[in-house]
Each structure stands twice: as structure tokens, then as C-alpha cells.
Design a protein around this ligand. Sequence first.
Ligand code: ZN
Ligand code: ZN
Length: 381
Amino acid sequence: MKAMVYRGPYKVRVEEKPDPRIEHPNDAIVRVELAAICGSDLHLYHGMIPDTRIGHTFGHEFIGRVEAVGSSVQTLKPGDRVMVPFNIFCGTCFFCARGLYSNCHNVNANATALGGIYGYSHTAGGFDGGQAEMVRVPFADVGPTIIPEWLSDDDALMLTDAFATGYFGAQLGDISEGDTVVVFGAGPVGLAAARSSWLMGAGRVIVIDHLDYRLAKAREFAFAETHNFAHHDDVVVLLKKLTGHLGADVAIDAVGAEADGNLTQHITSAKLKLQGGSPIALNWAIDGVRKGGNISVMGAYGPLFSAVKFGDALNKGLTLRMNQAPVKRQWPRLFEHIRAGLISPGDMITHRIPLDAIAEGYHMFSSKLDDCIKPVIVPGA
Ligand SMILES: [Zn+2]
Ligand SMILES: [Zn+2]
């Protein structure tokens, strides 16, 4: 089969790889129909994630048709069309039993913190991902869900990570009626968090980014008030001015470790690999939220981190919550919201690219070219 393959930082290409096989009785093989490139794939592409091996296939957001199932699979059969959550999880361990699917204890021999993620390096279990013609799906009775006939493919694809992760980010913000919510980052997760904040009672939603085309999308898709931090000397001062000098009630960090704007952090992370990126957006959140406020962290960070304003967070009495989203847990509510016409996650998609052109797709997305917000790979095109 053809698959996207990592060849080193900033180098990906399409290669022939052996077809994936059933390796366990509860595996399924899925023929990929749509696969997205996630903002967090860019951390892999930039060589920021430890143990990203040459030959690895990325892609944790995909939908497709079941090609084959192992002997113990009960809920799926060949021909079923499925949406597959980005987390790989067993469904029965201590953590899965508590809904912490992203922290499953049985899927990642390399870590005790993180569970398994498709196509996200050996740090996340070493599972090949869905930016390919086919993919092996472990625990086929647990993660994948048959796509309901009323759900569009684009909406289903956006629930496998991006939109569901943003929704989870808003949930962790514990938004109260009328709250002012500030979202850092207007990529797909930030857009989804902003849009979802309204569903949870926000009275005001502010989105901060430095790219005007993404802020335009935040106004159109998430009905947010937007500010370009490149036009302001100090984002925190701006936020204070916007909020009667108290700060926002809730801040959502949808940027993560590759925030633009701090050279020292860039050197310690990307160059020296002393830490997995820069906590700029996180520190803006700590400074920009009011005393007693909530911070939800959805951006992806490496395991080790320094220069976070932890003492300020303590002294302000902040609540910080974070996790990789256990997206399947969000699906029932998101299905209801989609059926009610309240959200349309697929509207985040801006580009469709054949698998053969995936190198150009990564380059475009990474370099923020052509107003790209969410690129989708179409293996059959
Ligand atoms: Zn993702
Ligand atoms: Zn588990």
C-alpha cells in the first residue's frame, strides 16, 4: 500500500509499505477514506517529539471502511464505515473504566503517562497512523464507531480529534453562565474550543492569534471577538483592558509547545531539546485569567517543561486542568449538537490533498501558506 512516511525533520514522502495485517484477534484493518493532518502532527514533522522513527506513518484523525476483522471482533464487519478516535485504548483497565481513554494502561509499553495514539511516534506507542491507504486498528470493538447515516464524512472526521478536543477543552474550563472565555490559538482546536464555549454558557469569547486569516475564521466559524497579538506590545495588558482589569474567567491554551514569539524558548526546545517547546501561551493564560479563574490546556507539550509561571498560578488560586482528550467520551453530546444544527465541525476543513501530494500538504500547513486551517488527505483521489 501507499503510505506517508517520516524521513527526518521537515521530510515526509509517500512510499510503498507492506499492507497492515491482523496481528491480534481484536484487530481490524481499515481502508482509509479521509485522513486529516493535525496541528500536532507538525510537532512530529518539526522533529520535536522524542522517538519519532524514520519510516513511521503519521495520522491520528481518519475515517474509512473496514477491510478485515480479527476472529474475536464482535461489533464490526468488513464493509462497515467507521470513525476512529485518535486514542488507542483497551476499554477495560483501571483508567479506561474511569473514562480516561487517553491514559489507557495497556496500549503503550513506552510510557506510564500517555496511552496509545495512532501515528504519533514510539512515545505514543509506535502505532502506524492513518495517512495511508490502510491502517491497523487495535481493540476494534472498543474505539471505532460506525458512522451514523445522518453524519457527514467531514463532521465525522473532525470528531476523531480536532473538534472533540476543542470541545473537551471548553469542558475542562468549567465555564459558568456569562463567563468571559479567552482562547489562545485559532487553529482547529482553538476554533472548536471557542465555538463550544458558547454551548456551555459563555457570555463572551475572545480568540487571540497572530495570523489574520485564522482570526477571520474564528469570527466566521466561532462567532468570537478576535485580537492579533502581533499588533499589541503586551497581550496580558490587552486582556486586562478588555476585561475591566480583572482578567478573563476562563483561559484555554490551544497553542501548546510551539508558540511563536520567544527566541530563548525556541533555542532551548527546538535546537537544544532541553524541553519540549515554549510555554508562552500557557504563561499568557496564567497572567491573563482573573484570580480564582480556570485554565484548560489542550495544546500539546513535550514531557519536560521549565519557565512556567507556576508560583503565579498558585498565588492567584487558579485551577489548571489538562489531558489528551478522550474523544469518544465527547461523541454522544457532539452527535446531539450536530443533529440539532448547533455545530458543523466539517466547516473547519480548508484543503483536500491526494495522498501522493502529502509532502506539499505538510509544507503548506507548516509554513501557514494559502490560508490553510485544516488540510485533509484523500487516499483514494
Ligand atoms: Zn491531533
Ligand atoms: Zn485501558
